[in-house]
Design a protein around this ligand. Structure first.
Ligand SMILES: *[C@@H]1O[C@H](CO)[C@@H](O)[C@H](O)[C@H]1NC(C)=O
Ligand SMILES: *[C@@H]1O[C@H](CO)[C@@H](O)[C@H](O)[C@H]1NC(C)=O
Ligand SMILES: *[C@@H]1O[C@H](CO)[C@@H](O)[C@H](O)[C@H]1NC(C)=O
Ligand SMILES: *[C@@H]1O[C@H](CO)[C@@H](O)[C@H](O)[C@H]1NC(C)=O
Ligand SMILES: *[C@@H]1O[C@H](CO)[C@@H](O)[C@H](O)[C@H]1NC(C)=O
Ligand SMILES: *[C@@H]1O[C@H](CO)[C@@H](O)[C@H](O)[C@H]1NC(C)=O
Length: 434
């Protein structure tokens, strides 16, 4: 009797402190979480982040299912968080100085305390499907055919200008569990320019993308005017120059850290996950590496090189970041880069191919005979075609087949990935000529 009540009170105190105190590894405390859409976020043409609250019942569904709640399977994972964002930024500064042979003024080494957090169960297909829907516009508005809904009236009070004119920045949703214990930041990227849309920030985004995801300032061929002056002839590229161009111009990463800081300010005690599609996925990963948050990124271009160029301090492990993509998507595969490719024609050089963390790669080219095509990149393809059925069952098989071997390809780190192998990086140029 005494033992039972002791155990009972122990269990109670364990569950009460579960959100602050790390779980012991393997503790069976995973349970599905139910999320509701709380806010929409967007960036303006001046990279300011806007939030708009969602009133329950105000949105109608574009896809199947309950439009406002998402139940997600969880698992416990190990993650590494820097002790503070300030110490992380100091470590980044130190790395920049080190590379430029500037004497560092005794900045302390960054420590990466380990933490066990509840994360989405990425080996569960239904979980991936729901997360993919959460990165997508799952809601239809009057203008049903568009890739993104019109936020329209909801923005009217706090913000004088309309969404539409500024409609090309990062944008997405913020979901929270009813008790606010877990919050999901979902980021939809800026693929509009690439896929034929456009907007006032397209030019700047393109500059950023070409700096982050191309080998050398988007010098695809001799006909290209490069976005920075780091090309040193032949196949040579000046490394410090490429990095300096990014520091000067890249909004991509600061948008992400501002967004995260804003959300963690709104939800100070919550476990935060970050998910995203395309460039939003790359941004989600860089945020997750910075803050130690669980990440699921869909069809992101290779962001490992970008993390290096931005001098992000690297945690002991990035396995809390999971990429999901398929082999027929030239953006995620880093193959959208020939001078005649659809990316190049739109003025993008998406040449990077290596991803951080671990990757769940659906080989749709070999298994399903898909032909590589940029039109297989949108999140709707992921939701409606890729994750709509178990893998590796070929399309057309009976959906109730119970002999399925694997529901999701096994997550693996991209250990053997080589970036920009045709390029040689080094100190080739006089900084005066950058
Ligand atoms: C941003 O958009 C607003 C209105 O849409 C416009 O007045 C302003 O000039 C734009 N700013 C920049 C930097 O493009
Ligand atoms: C994650 O999902 C897979 C597939 O549904 C399941 O086999 C596994 O037990 C789940 N893991 C946890 C920790 O619930
Ligand atoms: C903003 O839109 C809402 C809903 O349409 C409306 O009730 C409200 O009066 C509007 N506010 C302003 C300042 O226009
Ligand atoms: C959750 O956070 C929201 C702020 O977005 C707050 O209004 C609400 O009261 C919080 N709910 C709980 C149960 O703490
Ligand atoms: C978001 O963060 C930025 C900078 O970190 C700050 O200037 C801004 O006021 C914050 N916005 C909100 C809505 O919290
Ligand atoms: C179920 O899938 C397995 C593996 O693909 C296949 O061998 C089997 O014939 C399928 N069963 C049915 C009833 O379709």
């Amino acid at each position: 009797m005494l033992l039972t009540s002791l155990l009972f009170s122990l269990l109670l105190s364990l569950s009460a402190s579960a959100t602050q105190v790390p779980f012991s590894v393997g503790a069976p405390s995973t349970s599905p979480l139910t999320f509701q859409l709380r806010h929409l976020h967007a960036t303006t043409n001046t990279s300011q982040i806007l939030f708009s609250d969602v009133q329950p019942g105000s949105l109608s569904d574009g896809l199947q299912g309950d439009p406002e709640t998402y139940t997600i399977n969880t698992q416990l994972i190990k993650t590494h968080r820097p002790s503070s964002f300030a110490s992380y930024e100091r470590a980044r500064e130190k790395a920049f100085r080190w590379d430029r042979h500037i004497k560092d003024d005794g900045i302390e080494e960054l420590s990466w305390p380990e933490d066990i957090v509840m994360a989405p169960n990425v080996t569960d297909r239904e979980t991936l499907l729901l997360l993919a829907k959460m990165t997508n516009n799952a809601y239809a508005h009057e203008d049903n055919g568009r890739e993104w809904y019109d936020l329209g009236k909801q923005w009217n009070t706090s913000f004088p200008f309309g969404w539409e004119q500024d409609g090309d920045g990062f944008r997405g949703h913020i979901f929270a569990t009813p008790d606010n214990s877990t919050v999901v930041i979902s980021i939809k990227g800026t693929s509009a320019g690439l896929l034929g849309g456009g907007g006032p920030t397209t030019k700047k985004d393109k500059l950023n993308d070409n700096l982050l995801f191309s080998c050398c300032c988007a010098r695809v061929s001799f006909t290209w005017s490069t976005v920075c002056g780091c090309y040193a002839g032949g196949s040579k590229c000046d490394q410090n120059c490429v990095e300096a161009s990014l520091v000067d111009d890249s909004l991509f990463y600061p948008i992400g850290t501002n967004l995260y800081n804003n959300v963690s300010y709104m939800y100070p005690d919550s476990n935060i996950w970050v998910i995203g599609h395309s460039l939003g996925g790359a941004l989600a990963s860089l945020i997750g590496v910075t803050f130690g948050s669980p990440v699921v990124a869909f069809e992101a271009p290779g962001e490992r090189m970008a993390a290096g160029r931005l001098h992000l301090p690297s945690p002991p492990s990035t396995h809390h970041v999971t990429h999901v993509y398929h082999t027929a998507d030239p953006i995620a595969m880093g193959t959208c880069n020939g001078a005649l490719s659809s990316c190049a024609i739109a003025g993008y050089a998406m040449e990077s191919r290596c991803h951080l963390g671990q990757s769940i790669i659906y080989d749709t080219v070999t298994q399903w005979g898909w032909a590589v095509d940029i039109r297989l990149h949108p999140i709707r393809i992921i939701v409606e075609k890729l994750l709509a059925q178990d893998w590796p069952i070929p399309p057309g098989s009976p959906p109730d087949n119970t002999t399925i071997l694997s529901k999701v390809p096994e997550p693996k780190p991209e250990d053997d990935c080589v970036e920009c192998f045709a390029w040689e990086y080094g100190d080739f140029l006089d900084p005066g000529n950058w």
